[in-house]
Write a protein that binds this ligand. Structure first.
Ligand SMILES: [Zn+2]
Length: 54
């Protein structure tokens, strides 16, 4: 179990998730990067602004 750094709710990882993967917090919808698996820690993923307009 990890804790969402944004809303503080507990997060249960799906099987097969590795370090550096991006997961979504089911509670607040934040994108979180898996920093370490043991102990399980997350960091809020930087929002990538995709700008397709030119
Ligand atoms: Zn959250």
């Amino acid at each position: 179990m990890g804790e969402c750094p944004v809303c503080g709710s507990e997060i249960e990882l799906e099987d097969g998730v590795r370090e550096n993967e991006i997961i979504d917090c089911e509670t607040c919808g934040a994108e979180l990067e898996v920093i370490t698996l043991n102990p399980l820690t997350f960091e809020e993923a930087p929002e990538e602004q995709e700008d397709w307009g030119e």
